[in-house]
Design a protein around this ligand. Structure first.
Ligand SMILES: *[C@@H]1O[C@H](CO)[C@@H](O)[C@H](O)[C@H]1NC(C)=O
Ligand SMILES: *[C@@H]1O[C@H](CO)[C@@H](O)[C@H](O)[C@H]1NC(C)=O
Ligand SMILES: *[C@@H]1O[C@H](CO)[C@@H](O)[C@H](O)[C@H]1NC(C)=O
Ligand SMILES: *[C@@H]1O[C@H](CO)[C@@H](O)[C@H](O)[C@H]1NC(C)=O
Ligand SMILES: *[C@@H]1O[C@H](CO)[C@@H](O)[C@H](O)[C@H]1NC(C)=O
Ligand SMILES: *[C@@H]1O[C@H](CO)[C@@H](O)[C@H](O)[C@H]1NC(C)=O
Ligand SMILES: *[C@@H]1O[C@H](CO)[C@@H](O)[C@H](O)[C@H]1NC(C)=O
Ligand SMILES: *[C@@H]1O[C@H](CO)[C@@H](O)[C@H](O)[C@H]1NC(C)=O
Ligand SMILES: *[C@@H]1O[C@H](CO)[C@@H](O)[C@H](O)[C@H]1NC(C)=O
Length: 457
């Protein structure tokens, strides 16, 4: 039975994939996808001069240094199939004050049109003997559009008593497979407003990114503006890139690498399950004051001539706009513009041996995109219920999103193949030098120093 279903899935998947691929090619939307990102980084000439027998396959079973890196720094959560059409990644005991009642939030994914979803129930356990059905199970499909076959799904499980069990699973019609997901407790500081720690979530990535220098630039830049921790989801990152991440960690840069082994069914999720990864990242980093949600080619840049941090620009907004001492915005949205990477580089000789995209590509299209359309955001994890790709989709009651004016801060998005840039009418482009303020920090960064050592070794 399972076999037959999985054949149907595959067939359906193939048809959907072909259809979607055609539609995307026609609409130039393929640029949205991770594949395109990877291609961009490749085209931008950021080469990784190590032997490249690297394909996009998962390295989780690898041995030696990579393996110990992964074991030491990864969470043990990963995708597991719990019913015919649903997989679970992780589960959290969500007892935040502003919720009516605590519940277990299960981050899952599966066939979003399945009629089975409404019959699925949560089951709790503390050991292999005890089992207890939830008093109430509800689900919510993560809003991903794009007509994908599979989607991220939240299951909310209400226990009989407001106390967490150790494990949870999902069952359909009394069939309980013995696949128990540990329920993680949220760690957070209820006085978050007085701390200012910032973490950054990167969506699932894979392959020989061919980007390790760009990765170093990305980390260097975000550290310069106040990010202290980086969280990656490994959907099959190539060994060379993993090795580089290992070196970064050895040099004191705080990075976690989360396993993200998608089955074939789940690979049809938008951008390798970006939405589910965002939700997991939010729950996993409840102890941080702020979380930055961006892709590897996106840089949130304060538009000031002096150095500042993300914490500072957010605090300034809170001070200016709060009318109650305890009021805080739940998230902060930044509009974006595309920078033309195919235009000639400037200031190349000011960057030592590095080919820094942020420091050499200063011209962008003459358009600033609207809020929640390609924009990126910073959120306060304790105040968010569902993150999105371009802005928060649901806050906890009482919190809203703050729309950052583009003259204060802007997402610099470096991407090849944008229509505006292809026209090559440089006179129409807009010059933006704000990011040059951080050149020295980037050049002196541990991340770039690590890169230099890495390519020499
Ligand atoms: C990496 O990029 C360089 C130049 O952009 C290219 O020649 C090389 O083939 C790329 N390597 C891989 C494995 O994609
Ligand atoms: C790449 O792999 C092939 C076989 O899989 C091997 O013959 C070749 O030597 C490898 N190249 C490098 C540079 O490691
Ligand atoms: C990564 O390295 C391990 C051994 O360290 C090897 O078994 C595995 O095949 C490599 N993966 C890729 C994609 O090259
Ligand atoms: C719902 O679950 C049943 C039993 O596991 C399965 O036979 C059926 O195919 C599932 N429905 C869908 C739409 O996958
Ligand atoms: C597990 O233990 C907690 C408290 O220790 C209890 O409230 C809960 O009901 C137990 N769960 C099950 C399934 O027995
Ligand atoms: C289950 O939870 C939902 C959402 O919180 C609520 O609307 C519904 O009334 C609950 N059902 C029961 C039986 O408690
Ligand atoms: C965090 O806040 C403290 C006090 O306001 C400040 O001294 C410190 O520089 C801030 N850290 C960052 C990274 O902004
Ligand atoms: C704070 O602002 C909200 C909406 O902006 C308003 O409804 C409320 O009355 C204000 N409270 C105070 C104390 O000014
Ligand atoms: C570039 O844009 C300017 C301003 O719109 C226009 O005058 C000029 O003709 C354009 N040049 C080309 C080569 O299209």
């Amino acid at each position: 039975m399972n076999h037959r279903i999985s054949v149907t899935w595959k067939l359906f998947l193939a048809v959907v994939f072909t259809g979607v691929a055609i539609i995307f090619l026609l609409h130039d939307k393929i640029s949205h996808t991770l594949t395109k990102n990877v291609r961009y980084w490749t085209q931008a000439g950021h080469t990784i001069p190590v032997s490249n027998n690297l394909s996009g396959q998962s390295c989780l079973t690898s041995t030696g240094i990579l393996d110990s890196f992964i074991r030491a720094h990864s969470n043990i959560d990963n995708w597991r199939r719990v019913t015919t059409d649903v997989y679970v990644y992780s589960a959290y005991w969500d007892d935040r004050d502003r919720l009516e009642r605590p519940s277990v939030v299960v981050i899952a994914a599966g066939f979003r049109k399945s009629k089975n979803l409404s019959s699925i129930e949560c089951v709790f356990s503390n050991d292999t003997n005890s089992k207890e059905s939830a008093a109430n199970t509800t689900f919510e499909i993560m809003k991903e559009h794009h007509h994908k076959y599979a989607s991220g799904i939240f299951f909310y499980c209400q226990p009989l008593f407001d106390k967490p069990s150790l494990y949870v699973t999902l069952k359909l019609k009394d069939i309980v497979d013995n696949i128990w997901i540990p329920i993680r407790k949220l760690t957070y500081d209820t006085k978050a407003s007085v701390t200012n720690t910032t973490a950054l979530c990167v969506r699932p990535i894979y392959g020989n990114l061919n980007i390790s220098q760009s990765l170093a630039e990305f980390i260097a830049y975000y550290q310069a503006i106040g990010v202290s921790h980086f969280s990656f989801y490994n959907a099959g990152i190539a060994n060379a890139t993993l090795l580089f991440l290992t070196q970064l960690r050895k040099n004191g840069i705080s990075i976690t690498l989360n396993s993200w082994d998608l089955t074939e069914d789940l690979r049809s999720m938008w951008a390798m399950g970006q939405m589910a990864a965002i939700q997991d990242c939010i729950y996993r980093h409840m102890n941080y004051d702020l979380l930055v949600i961006v892709d590897l080619d996106e840089f949130i840049v304060p538009q000031k001539k002096y150095k500042t941090t993300l914490q500072k620009i957010v605090q300034d907004v809170d001070k200016r706009l709060a009318n109650k001492s305890n009021f805080l915005w739940g998230s902060y949205v930044f509009r974006q513009t595309f920078f033309c990477v195919e235009y000639p580089s400037v200031n190349v000789n000011k960057n030592g041996n590095f080919n820094l995209i942020t420091q050499t590509k200063l011209l962008h299209e003459n358009k600033i995109w609207p809020y929640c359309d390609r924009s990126k955001y910073i959120l306060r994890p304790q105040m968010v219920k569902m993150g999105g790709i371009h802005c928060v989709l649901k806050h906890l009651p009482g919190f809203k999103m703050y729309l950052f004016p583009s003259r204060s801060a802007l997402v610099h998005h470096y991407r090849e193949g944008i229509r505006f840039c292809k026209n090559k009418n440089v006179s129409l482009a807009v010059s933006n030098r704000a990011v040059l303020t951080y050149r020295q920090e980037i050049l002196n960064s541990k991340a770039l120093q690590t890169w230099i050592k890495f390519i020499k070794s």
